[in-house]
Design a protein around this ligand. Structure first.
Ligand code: NAD
Length: 468
């Protein structure tokens, strides 16, 4: 796969303070606060997708070999829908809300008012390089913030496209795209932001959290992990298709992809047969010829993934090509729980299958490992689903479907424990980038609070005890 060299220059770390000063000035001027400004930004983002779909899809194809339809479904249409949703609900979200005042404090009024946080930093990974910086941006702008975006240097064409296009569609004095790798990120993290929204791996997540601690900056961490899929029963053809779809989207480089399968011994033969069939159904007998299967992001990840194939017996797949960064969808059986493929997040088209006795054993297995971003159960039994919901801790739970749960804007998307902290999508993104500020108001004509002031006489005691 030949990668387009980024035509848009990286940001010099030395230029970051001046760039931030400009954003702070914009935010300080109050320009980002009116709902009309926020509306314009969201409309700008929608126009970006309407007018520049081709350029963005080309950049994604160059970085990740994504089929344009997959880019549309999993990146462009998803962020566009988020912007539409925010636009539709903006008046409601930004409204202040009255809160009842207890009798002892009357007459008075109390209300909550969502306030922007200020200048926020959004750092994205390479796997969904449009969606994972622009979906947070939707909420940041809807909430009235200025924002710095740092897309991943491992998706250079997309990063360059965003740096080039975004300033033409949103207020360039309030949104800046900073391009670059670790050095640039490090320079950014030295600066003081009012919120940091980070999507990426656990290792860098720790670095971000430590940097944020210096300035006591609130942080949202959208991390990864090994999301399990437990398979008990169901229509095997459908179960297999859904697992394969969720796993092989973006060639398995999806944070909520089912990482591994825990299947009962009883169900294993049928599942395995149908999984092999489903891969062929979706990508043909030779997936290297399919235009619908993405490629591995770089040689380092390709090598890591090829190494993982030794962790079990190859049931199907196993072919690879370094030159084109191709890795055939591979199903592994006879996988030991302590083998390399079961230690780290796979993040590629490799699906290990481990057999268990029953749901209980599967839940114990999941519970003995770090909390995953998602947990999937395939079963038609309501009792099993209830037991799974009660017994499994995960960022999200989805029954009989994998990966698609994140397309519901009404559902918060985020991790728990090791898979992250905080959540977004829909109103939750707006909330993430807002402070719900309480405002309390009293008049001074009559001092009804005087019963609370010392000295605490017997009369005051009687009045206060009656009122409170
Ligand atoms: P990563 O953590 O390596 O990089 C993410 C970002 O951090 C990039 O922009 C990178 O430039 C920056 N970065 C790298 N080193 C840095 C440093 N030392 N200091 C500061 N910033 C640094 O992640 P990745 O490889 O791009 O993405 C893959 C990971 O992201 C996987 O673990 C995946 O599960 C996770 N992920 C999570 C979600 C989610 O929504 N929860 C979505 C997609 C990916």
């Amino acid at each position: 796969m030949s990668k387009t060299v980024a035509a848009f220059p990286d940001t010099f770390p030395a230029d970051i303070p001046a760039l931030l000063a400009k954003l702070r000035e914009t935010y300080g001027s109050g320009r980002t606060r009116p709902v009309a400004w926020r509306r314009e930004q969201l409309q700008g983002l929608i126009r970006l997708f309407d007018e520049r779909e081709q350029e963005l899809a080309d950049a994604l194809a160059s970085d990740l070999g994504k089929n344009p339809l997959e880019s549309y479904v999993t990146e462009l249409s998803l962020v566009r829908a988020e912007a539409e949703h925010a636009l539709k609900h903006l008046d409601k979200w930004t409204r202040s809300r009255r809160v009842p005042v207890p009798p002892g404090l009357l007459p008075a009024s109390a209300r909550t008012e969502p306030q922007p946080l200020g200048v926020v930093l959004i750092i994205g990974p390479w796997n969904y390089p449009v969606q994972l910086v622009l979906a947070p941006l939707v909420g940041a702008l809807a909430a009235g913030n200025a924002a710095v975006l740092k897309p991943s240097e491992l998706a250079p064409a997309t990063s360059a496209a965003l740096a080039d296009l975004l300033p033409r569609y949103v207020d360039p004095d309030a949104v800046a795209v900073v391009q670059g790798g670790q050095e640039t990120s490090t320079a950014l993290l030295k600066e003081q932001f009012d919120s940091i929204f980070f999507t990426g791996g656990e290792r860098v997540g720790r670095i971000v959290l430590q940097a944020a601690a210096e300035h006591l900056t609130p942080v949202t961490l959208e991390l990864g992990g090994k999301s399990p899929a437990v398979v008990l029963d169901g229509n095997w053809a459908v179960v297999a298709r859904r697992l394969v779809f969720g796993k092989l989207l973006n060639a398995g480089q999806t944070c909520v992809a089912p990482d591994y399968v825990l299947v009962t011994k009883e169900a294993a033969p049928a599942l395995k047969k149908h999984l092999v069939r489903a891969v062929a159904e979706q990508f043909g007998k030779d997936p290297s010829r399919s235009k619908d299967l993405g490629r591995i992001v770089n040689e380092q990840h390709w090598e890591r993934l090829v190494g993982l194939l030794e962790s079990g017996t190859i049931l199907s797949g196993g072919h690879s090509d370094r030159g084109s960064l191709y890795l055939e969808p591979t199903i592994l059986t006879d996988v030991a729980p302590d083998s390399p493929v079961m230690q780290e997040e796979i993040f590629g088209p490799v699906l290990p299958i481990i057999e268990v006795e029953d749901l209980d054993e599967a839940m114990k297995f999941i519970g003995s490992r770090p909390v995953p971003l998602a947990a999937y159960l395939y079963s038609n039994s309501a009792a099993h689903r209830k037991a799974f919901e009660e017994g499994v801790r995960a960022g999200s739970i989805s029954h009989n479907a994998s990966t698609v749960q994140l397309a519901v804007p009404g559902l918060p998307f985020g991790g728990a424990g090791a898979s992250g902290t905080g959540a977004y999508h829909g109103k939750y993104t707006f909330d993430t980038f807002s402070q719900l500020r309480p405002v309390f108001t009293k008049g001074t004509l009559v001092d009804t609070l005087r019963f609370a002031y010392p000295p605490y006489t017997g009369l005051k005691k009687r009045v206060l005890r009656r009122l409170l």
